[in-house]
Design a protein around this ligand. Structure first.
Ligand code: GLC
Length: 445
């Protein structure tokens, strides 16, 4: 078939052609040199990232024309919907006025400290006002700037503001051919910079720029150094992720919790069911216990957790998401300090609990409450005292070089969905289970 070019062919083409694309000689004249800006970014990183490390927990929001189709944000591509059938949905996209207020309230209530909303997803529709395309919220169904509404909602709740921006664009005529046609690449890169410039200029202080999918270009094709240089010139305090093919300020493991190495900052992004954009048939919801466990795991390893909601076409949040996040919020209201203030925690071996640490305080987060007692193997420091975080009630314990045992516990878990025991230690708590395995007396043999 003459016209059947597969995605893999396109990717191959992209690689081949980019090697041949020569970038213009001095494209940066009016802006600071990319080199010196990169160094400046390194120097200011610790300070720029401070609020974000302390925040730990954020809300991701996937909202766009795809929400009206109710079949996941990749529906256009996955069902190969022709452009002339997809685009008309933009007219029927009519979110209720100020629906982002409910997103922001729920985020706040859940203990989240920042939000990241899709300003433009792969479908190419801009949720913001732009001079560069009419395929944008004010000129289509919504009839107003949805990004502005979102920004105002986040600020009203005291939450930091993040913008997700997909570099890949299925709507722009140059969005795929830019890989093999230099004139198209030039136009598409200019268009992209124009949109990003508007986002970085028209909404006051923006806290996070969350790039996504760079296909079909690489860092050379996107001129990513120059992209970041422009962003930092307009928003000196911002932090950016690594999905424009540069390292940026933090890594973005997706749907998994994997700590970055070498002290690099990381944020695990995850869906509440299996879809980012609203998918009415997806009922594979995670429980509040799973969410709390995930958040604890992120905090234990020094990372952030960016948890997604996919609002319905009218902007309302699926009931299941509200229920789960409300339960998580109730837990965070008494246990949040164990997450926000956590240092890296080496203690981790248990089959019913996970751990976080602040200084010499160890928090044992029991997700399967066995009743009567809980125990930790190989704790290397002396315990001074322990209490239930939920009630403040003292917890008695026994300790020898192998086992630390917290006793006299109730049959029923004191907290939901996870019960936390605060364990005050004499020095920084660490665990050595090898020591236990080797040295614990064995019977007879
Ligand atoms: C992927 C998907 C996208 C989603 C994103 C979130 O890149 O393409 O739909 O927005 O992950 O991390």
């Amino acid at each position: 078939m003459e016209n059947s070019i597969t995605r893999r062919d396109m990717l191959k083409g992209a690689g081949a052609s980019l090697a041949a694309v020569a970038l213009p000689g001095t494209p940066f004249s009016s802006e600071p040199s990319a080199q010196s800006t990169a160094t400046a970014q390194d120097q200011t990183r610790a300070q720029r990232m401070q609020w974000w490390h302390a925040a730990r927990f954020g809300m991701f929001i996937h909202f766009g024309v795809y929400s009206t189709i109710e079949r996941h944000e990749w529906v256009m591509e996955n069902e190969a919907i022709p452009m002339n059938q997809y685009v008309p949905h933009a007219v029927t996209f009519k979110p209720v006025l100020n629906s982002p207020r409910a997103w922001a309230r729920l985020a706040k209530q859940a203990g989240m400290k920042y939000m990241v909303m899709t300003t433009k997803h792969h479908e190419g529709f801009c949720n913001f006002d732009t001079k560069l395309t009419t395929y944008c919220a004010p000129k289509q169904g919504p009839g107003r700037d949805m990004v502005r509404e979102y920004v105002e909602a986040a600020r009203a709740e005291g939450l930091r503001v993040g913008f997700y921006y997909s570099l890949m664009d299925w709507h722009h005529p140059d969005g795929a051919r830019c890989a093999t046609d230099e004139a198209a690449r030039r136009r598409f890169v200019d268009y992209t910079y124009g949109l990003i410039r508007e986002l970085m200029t028209n909404y006051g202080k923006v806290d996070v720029l969350w790039y996504d999918v760079a296909w079909p270009l690489d860092a050379n094709g996107w001129e990513s150094e120059r992209m970041n240089a422009m962003v930092f010139e307009l928003q000196p305090e911002i932090i950016v992720n690594n999905r424009n093919k540069l390292p940026g300020d933090f890594s973005t493991p997706e749907q998994e919790i994997v700590a970055a190495t070498n002290g690099r900052a990381w944020e695990s992004c995850m869906t509440l069911n299996d879809s980012w954009g609203y998918q009415r048939a997806d009922d594979d919801w995670k429980s509040s216990r799973t969410i709390v466990r995930n958040l604890v795991q992120c905090a234990c390893d020094g990372g952030n957790y960016l948890l997604n909601i996919g609002p319905k076409p009218d902007g309302s949040i699926p009931e299941e998401s509200v229920r789960v996040l409300t339960e998580v919020g109730a837990w965070m209201s008494t246990n949040g300090e164990t997450i926000y203030k956590s240092d890296l925690c080496q203690v981790r071996r248990s089959n019913y609990a996970s751990f976080t640490r602040t200084g010499n305080m160890l928090y044992m987060h029991v997700h399967f409450w066995p009743g009567e007692y809980v125990a930790i193997s190989g704790l290397q420091t002396k315990v001074k005292a322990a209490h239930l975080l939920k009630t403040g009630a003292e917890v008695k314990f026994t300790q020898d070089e192998f086992q630390t045992k917290f006793v006299g516990l109730t049959e029923k878990a004191p907290d939901y969905p996870v019960t936390t025991i605060a364990i005050e230690c004499e020095s920084e708590p660490t665990q050595n289970t090898d020591f236990v395995r080797i040295n614990k007396p064995r019977d007879g043999v």
